[in-house]
Design a protein around this ligand. Sequence first.
Ligand code: SF4
Length: 153
Amino acid sequence: MATPKRADATFELENNRPVYTLGVASQLADIPSHSIRQYIDMGLIIPFKLESKRHLFSQNDINRLKLIQGLIHDKGLNFAGVRTMMAMVPCWALRKCSERDKLSCNAYAENFQPCWMASQKGSLCKNMDCRECEVYHALDLDAGIKSVLYTLV
Ligand code: SF4
């Protein structure tokens, strides 16, 4: 029998598996496909990309889509507001960047777009898949971005 920790890990793995097409994700999240495309273009979500360039979404992606939709429709944020909020996650602290890394990374000084949209990333991030990164997932937490900040100060 799986230990609780292993069961959690298996559950998380399942939730991260990209299995839903755009159409299915749209139905599950109850968000029109064109809005999801906008979220992708704005860098609010990074779906899994197939070689054919088609996108696939996981359960975590569906949750994230709903969260973004909630921020826009219930909390009154616009795209720029959501992006600015995402930019506030201190990626350098979570990723433990060196001073040198920070200076070579545009995300460090950027206030209005998340680090995964930086035109030039530091050496720690250059070859990372941002979709798998804890910084990208900071927004997914039920407790919100502040819960990430609590662990850092
Ligand atoms: S790997 Fe990507 S998401 Fe993670 S800190 Fe670097 S740029 Fe940001």
